[in-house]
Write a protein that binds this ligand. Structure first.
Ligand SMILES: NC(=O)c1ccc[n+]([C@@H]2O[C@H](COP(=O)([O-])OP(=O)(O)OC[C@H]3O[C@@H](n4cnc5c(N)ncnc54)[C@H](OP(=O)(O)O)[C@@H]3O)[C@@H](O)[C@H]2O)c1
Length: 282
């Protein structure tokens, strides 16, 4: 990964931290996009110390905010000349209905709109790579997902599991649509399931969700194991030219049949363009 520039969201914790660490070990220059400066600084320090790679930096943005995403998009343009790998990894779960400052339900705002908007803002830099890769961290929960576009702005019948599964299905729909649109640009776009990983994602979702998460993750895999497919998709020559796939345990597999519905993909794309103020050229 020498001379490769990687942008990774949510690189200060969990799967994202481990992914950044391993790619830094391989020699990549890394910018991790994080929302908390103290945690970002600590993660950068720890990765630099562990790997001896000083080309690890952070940029700050709360990815539930489109204003913050647009600002960090500009900041990244000032810092790097090209992007070889963009890993949309940051995500969360919310036990109650909340609206983002853009009037979007928080799960879909953080887990889908941030992927959609940041990727659109950084596309010119990815094109400069000549062999860019976009990796969207989804989840096997997407198999339980259904798209309910009304829920993007309404709390009617809100339930954490439903909102999370929908957002992870949106990751797959977005990946497949973007892969089609970028075929002519030699940018590979794939998504993945990291597995059931012992991170703190569920501990950030409120008290009751946190109790439940601590119990069930007794049986989860380590974050080292959880980062493997992200690292593979970011670095392996074996997947150069492979695009529009859902990966699990390092192998492509069939996604939820809904993800192959071209009309649904187009609808999500159009709604995402509308609610993010337009970012992709026609
Ligand atoms: N853990 C699993 O079993 C599992 C399974 C399937 C898929 N996934 C997916 O894997 C990805 C990483 O999750 P994880 O389990 O590693 O969780 P995690 O340990 O909580 O890490 C999530 C990262 O995203 C960041 N983040 C969350 N909301 C953000 C926001 N609004 N702005 C900026 N950064 C934000 C977090 O920052 P803070 O440290 O500040 O919170 C953290 O760095 C997610 O997309 C998740 O959906 C996880």
């Amino acid at each position: 990964m020498k001379n490769r520039t990687v942008i990774i969201t949510g690189g200060n914790d969990g799967i994202g931290y481990q992914t950044a660490l391993e790619l830094a070990r391989m020699g990549a220059a890394i910018v991790m996009v994080c929302r908390n400066e103290q945690k970002a600084q600590a993660a950068v320090e720890s990765i630099r110390t562990a790997t001896g790679n000083n080309s690890v930096q952070y940029a700050l943005a709360d990815l539930s905010s489109q204003k913050a995403i647009r600002r960090v998009g500009e900041e990244i343009h000032g810092r790097v000349a090209k992007i070889d790998v963009l890993i949309n990894n940051a995500g969360g779960a919310f036990s109650g209905f909340e609206l983002s400052e853009d009037g979007l339900e928080m799960t879909i705002a953080t887990n889908h709109f941030a992927y959609f908007l940041l990727t659109g803002l950084l596309l010119d830099l990815l094109k400069k790579s000549g062999e860019g890769r976009i990796i969207n961290v989804s989840s096997d929960s997407h198999y339980r997902g259904k798209m309910n576009f009304d829920s993007f702005r309404s709390g009617k019948n809100y339930f954490l599991g439903r909102a999370y599964a929908q957002s992870k299905l949106a990751n797959v729909l977005f990946t497949f649509e973007l892969a089609e649109r970028l075929k002519k640009d030699s940018i590979d776009v794939n998504c993945l399931n990291p597995g059931f990983v012992k991170t703190r994602i569920g501990n950030k979702a409120g008290k009751w969700a946190s109790y439940g998460w601590s119990l069930i993750t007794l049986f989860a895999i380590s974050r080292e194991a959880g980062a493997q497919t992200s690292v593979y998709l970011a670095s392996s020559p074996q997947v150069k030219g492979v695009t529009g796939k859902y990966f699990n345990k390092g192998k492509p597999q069939m996604a939820n049949p809904l993800a192959y519905d071209a009309a649904l993909r187009k609808k999500l794309w159009d709604v995402s363009e509308k609610y993010s103020g337009g970012v992709y050229p026609d």
